[in-house]
Design a protein around this ligand. Structure first.
Ligand SMILES: Nc1nc2c(ncn2[C@@H]2O[C@H](COP(=O)(O)OP(=O)(O)OP(=O)(O)O)[C@@H](O)[C@H]2O)c(=O)[nH]1
Ligand SMILES: [Zn+2]
Length: 319
């Protein structure tokens, strides 16, 4: 349910840079939008730099463009100086011909993919034949799993299980292949609005990356626009995109909050998630009534206690 409360935020950052994803370009003019987006990305970065520097999403350590050998050698000599230097620039000259542009946000890359890794991009770009080959490989692995469990994979009830489970796992991790740009679909409206917007009690289903079993619960998302509002359904869609993959609840909460900051450049975002982990209910400590609450507050939700408390009371966590 979406909720709006009146508020006057005099110290809201002036103006709002709409991030490249907000332009909602569709596939055909993606090339030109990519050029456009790189300049707006730089703009986005400058407005991003204006954002509270208190909490920045941790970059995935593997998200480092390959350095050319000469650069590596130079780096060794001045490592101490580098250690205190300003954080790495976004566009790093790997070699004169190819400069690698890293997206300003480590949760959404310049292609609109969310935290892509080699494997997930392959999944997105594979041919029908490669898709079938992947499915066959997964079916074989599940068959082996059934045998190792002491089951008979050829008995009637299990004959189709390898394919069913392989397809189920691909569905449960479909978030890897979704593109934030398609999710937002250009539904960002310059409304000159700066009251708190909350969509709460969003059902979330994710997969614990340690045990490959689900954790499910509710997510509450609030933001205070700088100017632009997003289509309210896009907030649960963004949550879904980051939930449908192998996750931990802390990272899921943080990625949703940072993605919304990146897409909308609002004054601040707050995300709270409460969920039950089957890996704690059906095995291990076997606590059926326990639930885990995680939160991530950015921008004015982080810097202003009043704003944070108002959000928490409106979502009923402060009860
Ligand atoms: N901020 C805001 N958004 C609204 C309101 N009413 C409808 N919307 C959103 O307007 C957006 C329109 O987005 P589109 O992608 O063009 O429409 P759609 O394809 O039906 O979007 P989905 O509902 O996400 O399937 C949707 O995200 C709606 O949720 C409202 O009162 N406030
Ligand atoms: Zn687990």
């Amino acid at each position: 349910m979406a909720q709006e409360t009146t508020r006057d935020d005099s110290d809201s950052p002036s103006g709002s840079v709409v991030s490249p994803i907000a332009n909602g370009t569709n596939k055909k003019d993606k090339k030109s939008s990519k050029d456009k987006s790189s300049s707006s990305k730089k703009r986005a970065l400058s407005s991003g730099e204006r954002r509270s520097s208190v909490s920045k999403p941790a970059r995935d350590p593997s998200d480092k463009p390959e350095e050319s050998p000469s650069k590596k050698k130079k780096r060794k000599t001045s490592s101490t100086a580098a250690a205190v230097a300003a954080p790495p620039t976004i566009t790093e000259e790997v070699s004169p011909s190819t400069s690698v542009t890293r997206s300003p946000s480590p949760v959404i890359d310049f292609d609109g993919l969310s935290r892509p890794s080699r494997g997930t991009r392959e999944r997105l770009e594979e041919t029908e034949a490669q898709k079938q080959e992947r499915l066959d490989k997964m079916k074989g692995a599940v068959r082996t799993l059934l045998e190792c469990l002491g089951e008979d994979p050829d008995r009637e009830g299990l004959l189709a299980t390898p394919e069913r489970y392989a397809k189920a796992m691909l569905f449960l991790t479909k978030g890897y292949q979704e593109n934030v740009r398609d999710i937002v679909n250009g539904a960002i409206f310059q409304e000159g609005h700066n009251e708190m917007v909350i969509v709460k009690d969003i059902e979330v289903f994710s997969m614990c990356e340690h045990h490959l079993v689900p954790f499910t619960g509710k997510m509450h998302i609030g933001y205070i626009p700088s100017n632009a509002v997003i289509g309210i359904s896009k907030l649960p869609r963004i949550a879904e995109l980051f939930a449908r993959r192998l996750q931990i609840q802390e990272r899921l909460t943080k990625e949703v909050a940072n993605a919304i900051m990146e897409i909308l450049k609002p004054q601040g975002v707050a995300v709270v998630m409460e969920s039950s982990h089957l890996c704690m209910v059906m095995r291990g400590v076997e606590k059926t009534t326990s639930s885990t609450i995680t939160s991530c507050v950015l921008g004015c939700f982080e810097s202003r206690e009043k704003t944070r408390l108002e959000f928490l009371s409106l979502i009923g966590v402060n009860r």
